[in-house]
Design a protein around this ligand. Structure first.
Ligand SMILES: Nc1nc2c(c(=O)[nH]1)N[C@H]1C(S)=C(S)[C@@H](COP(=O)(O)OP(=O)(O)OC[C@H]3O[C@@H](n4cnc5c(=O)[nH]c(N)nc54)[C@H](O)[C@@H]3O)O[C@H]1N2
Ligand SMILES: Nc1nc2c(c(=O)[nH]1)N[C@H]1C(S)=C(S)[C@@H](COP(=O)(O)OP(=O)(O)OC[C@H]3O[C@@H](n4cnc5c(=O)[nH]c(N)nc54)[C@H](O)[C@@H]3O)O[C@H]1N2
Ligand SMILES: [Mo]
Length: 768
């Protein structure tokens, strides 16, 4: 879907650079293809940043006006031997308060008079990046020095420029810092908030954006409000940490969940929410590990097939075997639902009781989906669910009503949450009723809210997600809009097509498309501007400013990054929150990366080389792995000499549950395989189609070989390094079955997001 727009930009003269360890269809249409060792993007990007800093190629006006470049850092801020200040060896953790500004008597950051002041963020940046010469970067990444320079010149000379990324950047133990590296680069180039700029996360699964908006992750409530932990037993504790700006949205949410039961006197039922242990990780990896440790009895899985898609599958299998009860709601009998049938497994040794619930597919139900650009779009029912299948919404509704029945006579405190929950959905048009609840109501008038501005902190409004306030206008469901003709901007904003949060804004940080006076940098491509006559921010897009009537001569008029306490983009990340601003937008502590204020290069957990920048700090110092020593062995390069990279393929979808049941897709790609470069094929004496055994510290499988030019051996720190590649779409069920690649992969995860390092682990390959 997104390549269509890349191709259109290319037709208009855009240059396309593709950075990937493997030559793909994207490489083929690019102007410059860059072959990189998996897991080394920070070393590559930092060399480009260093080149820009060294040669004064940054956008000086932009960084002075819209970033913290001129702010003075606290004198304690430093970086030594691979770690930043604030690091605790024992806890493998940073105290992020160390990454602070120098503050004046009122608690405001002190700004220097010039960028060159030795104490500015900008000078700190220059110091930090110095080590990233092209030569160092080339040794780490395997990219020739000339190529790095060529790419650096291309990004500098082709502004505005945008970055698109997905799994190649995220599935690493430095996933968040990979994206921080983009952040620093784009801020320096003035490539944020203006048309044709930005950093675009391409969402994968349909509605991944919606899933995270609605707290599919364990550390958030809907709308990215921090999930309460045991240090915050009362609403006031939560508010002290996250600010009253966000507390307002939490109260609004609690009112939607608990209705009349939620009152100011009882903390709006905040006390009923289960509190997570602040020191625990509740990611999907811990779910299976906890089950394996027999600390979890019951698991309900809907729309996921972890027995194929999760890394280190032995742990998943042992986890599922440790449960009392497993419920799987899916379109097909998946590897997860039938984990006890795994080849080589004796079902008589497994006590787990499994229930399978047939689910209706997307064609058989209606509802909204949110895509990469935060756009909420309505989808309609094609046909009614077939056979006994039900939509997930109907299943959950039936289940909850039944559960509430079972608890109605309970007097136990822990069951209060079930008894007090406000849950009453109609049988007809249920999805619409849910979206209305999400949009939110004014409880006094009973009317739907028109926007975030109407949300109240006193419990007089209720809504399921503050970000979605305004998806209805009056009674109109704006996610159903289809106007793809009207676009006064000429920039492709189409404000009448569906609806995007917040408030139908299309380009976040669009205030940064104007100079300090509120005048667009590019008069031909205007997004928003300050209108002197009406004394308002106006534009083709919804202005991303704190207050629409606070002009450029007010502090609010200079806050293009308004969710940060200081209102500007952070070149060096910082835990600052403005004391005066607290009542409006207090910072959320989680917005500072846990593993550093700047992107430093660390090797993947399993690496073919040592960290040349700081041999003593080989990997991300905040990583805690293995979590369970006996189940998470780490392979060495001596035993496992090749780097394994894994992805999906165009012809199949993720775990393959649906696509491996479609005969014509199986005809296109009928089985799993390993791609190896020609040089390795010669060394192993294997030919195309012959079988090899692929072995990691965690598992071993046999697959056919595909010998390819797409992969080439790389020169890494003066040694030859070979990257091999496998798709992960297979399992033991469906019409096309094969061994799962994830039996081999590593379940080490990024310390911020816990995404697994499935793009880089070590394997050995032998001919069978
Ligand atoms: N047909 C089809 N479409 C799909 C899917 C599908 O299964 N089938 N899946 C959907 C889903 S859920 C998602 S998340 C998206 C994923 O979409 P993508 O992110 O495009 O998926 P991948 O192919 O896993 O990874 C992208 C590229 O990153 C490269 N790469 C690996 N390691 C590195 C690295 O360290 N650095 C760099 N620079 N590149 C690296 C890989 O070689 C790969 O070509 O696709 C979605 N679209
Ligand atoms: N090694 C390696 N592993 C990876 C990746 C990688 O690049 N390398 N990529 C990762 C990524 S990005 C992702 S997103 C995951 C994907 O991992 P999964 O989410 O496990 O993969 P899917 O195949 O999308 O599984 C979706 C399941 O939902 C079912 N389903 C479809 N529609 C519905 C519905 O409406 N209701 C219900 N109840 N079920 C439905 C499908 O039949 C299928 O079984 O895999 C990850 N795993
Ligand atoms: Mo994904």
């Amino acid at each position: 879907m997104s390549m269509k727009w890349v191709m259109r930009a290319k037709e208009k003269g855009a240059k396309v650079i593709h950075v990937d360890p493997r030559y793909t269809r994207t490489s083929k249409i690019s102007d410059k293809y860059v072959q990189i060792r998996p897991g080394t993007d920070i070393a590559f990007l930092n060399a480009i940043v260093q080149y820009i800093l060294e040669n004064d190629l940054y956008d000086k006006t932009f960084i002075i006006s819209h970033t913290n470049a001129m702010y003075k850092t606290n004198k304690n801020f430093e970086f030594n031997e691979g770690v930043f200040s604030g690091y605790s060896d024992e806890e493998r953790k940073y105290n992020t308060d160390f990454w602070a500004y120098e503050l004046d008597a009122e608690g405001k950051p002190v700004k220097a008079d010039s960028l060159d002041d030795p104490q500015t963020v900008f000078s700190g940046l220059k110091d930090f990046y110095k080590r990233y010469t092209m030569e160092v970067s080339s040794g780490i990444t395997g990219i020739p020095v000339e190529t790095i320079k060529e790419v650096a010149d291309m990004v500098v000379n082709n502004r505005p420029g945008t970055i698109m990324y997905a799994l190649g950047m995220t599935q690493h133990t430095v996933g968040v810092q990979n994206i921080r590296a983009f952040g620093v680069l784009q801020l320096l180039l003035g490539n944020i908030g203006r048309p044709g700029t930005g950093i675009n996360a391409l969402r994968g699964e349909p509605n991944v954006q919606g899933s995270t908006d609605f707290a599919l992750l364990f550390n958030y409530l809907p709308g990215y409000l921090s999930y309460p932990n045991h240090n915050k037993p009362k609403l006031e504790n939560w508010t002290a940490s996250y600010g009253s700006f966000r507390a307002k949205f939490l109260i609004h949410l609690l009112k939607a969940w608990f209705g009349d039961e939620a009152t100011a006197e009882n903390d709006f039922c905040y006390g009923l929410l289960p509190k997570k242990n602040a020191n625990e990780n509740y990611s999907i990896y811990r779910i299976f590990e906890t089950a394996m440790e027999k600390k979890m009895k019951f698991l309900y899985i809907m729309g996921q097939n972890p027995m194929v898609s999760s890394p280190n599958l032995s742990v998943v299998h042992e986890g599922l075997s440790g449960l009392d009860t497993l419920v799987v709601a899916d379109l097909f009998m998946t590897e997860t639902a039938s984990f006890w049938e795994k080849p080589g497994c004796d079902p008589s040794t497994i006590d787990t009781e499994v229930f399978f619930l047939p689910a209706a597919s997307f064609l058989e139900k209606e509802g909204s989906l949110s895509n990469s650009s935060r756009m909420v779009q309505w989808r309609y029912t094609g046909i009614d669910p077939v056979g006994e299948a039900k939509s997930d919404l109907d299943m959950i509704d039936l289940l909850f009503n039944k559960i509430r029945d079972l608890y109605k006579d309970s007097s136990e405190a822990k069951d209060e949450i079930i008894k007090k929950l406000s849950w009453n959905y109609p049988t007809e048009k249920k999805a619409e009723a849910v979206l209305r609840e999400i949009n939110g109501y004014n409880l006094k008038t009973g009317e739907l809210l028109n926007g975030i501005g109407e949300i109240q902190a006193d419990g007089s409004t209720a809504g399921g997600n503050w970000l979605y306030a305004g998806v209805y206008a009056g009674n109109e469901n704006l996610s159903k809009r289809k106007d793809n003709k009207t676009d006064p901007s000429g920039l492709g904003l189409f404000p009448g097509f569906a609806w995007s949060w917040p408030g139908n804004m299309r380009v976040l940080y669009n205030r940064a498309s104007c100079d300090v006076n509120g005048v667009p940098y590019d008069d031909e491509k205007k997004l928003i501007w300050w209108d002197e006559q009406t004394k308002k921010w106006m534009g083709y897009d919804v202005p991303d400013v704190p207050v629409a009537t606070d002009g450029p001569d007010t502090p609010n008029g200079q806050k293009p990054f308004r969710m940060n306490g200081e209102g500007v983009g952070r070149l060096i990340a910082n835990s600052y929150s403005d004391p005066d601003y607290v009542n409006q937008t207090a910072r959320d502590a989680s917005s500072v990366p846990a593993d550093g204020p700047l992107p430093e290069f660390y090797e993947p957990v399993e690496s073919p080389t040592s960290n040349v920048l700081h041999p003593k700090v080989q990997i991300n110092p905040c990583l805690k792995y293995p979590r369970i020593e006996s189940k998470q062995p780490i392979g060495t390069k001596e035993e496992f000499p090749y780097v394994l990279c894994t992805s999906s393929i165009s012809e199949h979808w993720c775990a393959g549950t649906v696509t491996r049941n479609v005969p014509w897709l199986n005809e296109l790609v009928k089985e799993t395989y390993i791609e190896i470069p020609e040089k390795l094929a010669t060394k192993l004496n294997v030919k195309n189609g012959e079988k090899v055994k692929v072995r990691s510290a965690r598992g071993e499988i046999e697959v056919k070989t595909m010998v390819t030019h797409r992969l080439q051996t790389l020169n890494i720190n003066n040694e030859e390094v070979t990257v091999v590649w496998m798709p992960y779409n297979w399992g033991f069920k469906g019409l096309s079955t094969a061994a799962s690649t994830n039996l081999l992969t590593i379940d080490a995860g990024d310390p911020n997001t816990w995404i697994q390092e499935t793009k880089a682990c070590l394997v050995d390959v032998q001919k069978v």
